[in-house]
Ligand binder design. Structure first.
Ligand SMILES: *[C@@H]1O[C@H](CO)[C@@H](O)[C@H](O)[C@H]1NC(C)=O
Ligand SMILES: *[C@@H]1O[C@H](CO)[C@@H](O)[C@H](O)[C@H]1NC(C)=O
Length: 265
């Protein structure tokens, strides 16, 4: 091929790449800015894959879970948007897809292709998210490492004792989700938090999580053992083991209840 033609072709594919919002480097090099839109005052990435993840989540969530996921997505995104150091480390599309798909394992529909009888709901979600990405036109081209980060972020999202020592992408997903239970932290202001809660009210969060955990305990009790220690919200996941599993409570464990982040004025 003549040299000039080759150069033109390279230039054209480069420009097409930019126009399509395709990141031109790996997940840890400098990134092209991705398209964005604003939800509840939060600037979120807006790629076809993220849109599709949001729709897929919507199709597999009831209304309270949908709102919990939207809040988690927005809190996690705010945490990164507010922190330039973190923003340079976190792959925004990986984070968005992970947050949007983190509770796929809550899908209670009969014959759900997602929920198993023998795996933790987090693992059901991680597996489903991997399939979702690989089935998508754009996700098919993701390098394996990005898919693995999504898998890890979802599988470990309730286990801050692991997640906080993993990649920043994984840690930030877990923290974003826990903020929905623990209130604003990590640079998210009470005012930003309350704007999100006003758009996606959280009054049904406690009951809906209790309902879904009860459903998990009754449909696959074997996966409910284990305790999750979270620095931020050490009252949240213990109910899963302690409230619903007969006599999980050992000497020294506190009586617990769900604690919602108090929306602060
Ligand atoms: C910003 O993120 C970095 C990296 O995670 C962290 O060390 C730092 O404490 C964060 N800053 C604030 C203000 O939260
Ligand atoms: C739980 O423990 C208490 C006190 O040890 C005992 O009385 C009770 O029968 C136990 N309940 C079950 C369901 O095992």
């Amino acid at each position: 091929m003549p040299k000039t033609l080759t150069r033109i072709l390279i230039a054209v594919s480069f420009l097409v790449g930019i126009a399509a919002g395709i990141p031109l480097s790996g997940s840890h090099g400098p990134r092209q800015p991705l398209p964005r839109r604003t939800i509840a005052g939060v600037s979120v990435v807006d790629t076809p894959l993220v849109r599709a993840a949001q729709q897929y989540m919507r199709d597999h969530s009831n209304q309270p879970v949908y709102k919990h996921i939207m809040r988690s997505w927005l809190f996690g995104t705010l945490m990164v948007n507010n922190n330039a150091t973190l923003a340079a480390l976190v792959d925004p599309e990986v984070q968005a897809v992970s947050l949007l798909l983190h509770d796929l394992g809550f899908d209670q529909s009969p014959d759900s292709p997602i929920t198993s009888t023998d795996r933790r709901f987090e693992v059901d979600g991680a597996i489903a998210a991997r399939h979702f990405i690989r089935d998508h036109r754009d996700g098919r081209r993701w390098e394996e490492r990005r898919v693995q980060l999504v898998w890890d972020a979802i599988a470990l999202h309730t286990e801050q004792s692991y997640a906080r020592y993993k990649e920043p992408d994984v840690a930030a997903v877990s923290t974003g989700i826990f903020m929905d239970f623990a209130g604003p932290s990590n640079g998210v202001t009470p005012s930003q938090y309350n704007t999100v809660v006003a758009e996606f009210p959280n009054s049904d969060l406690r009951q809906s999580v209790q309902d879904v955990f009860t459903w998990i305990c009754s449909t696959k009790p074997i996966v409910t053992y284990g305790v999750s220690h979270s620095q931020q919200s050490n009252t949240f996941l213990q109910p899963f083991g302690e409230r619903f599993v007969a006599n999980y409570s050992a000497v020294g464990h506190r009586t617990i209840d769900f604690v919602l982040g108090p929306p602060q004025a």
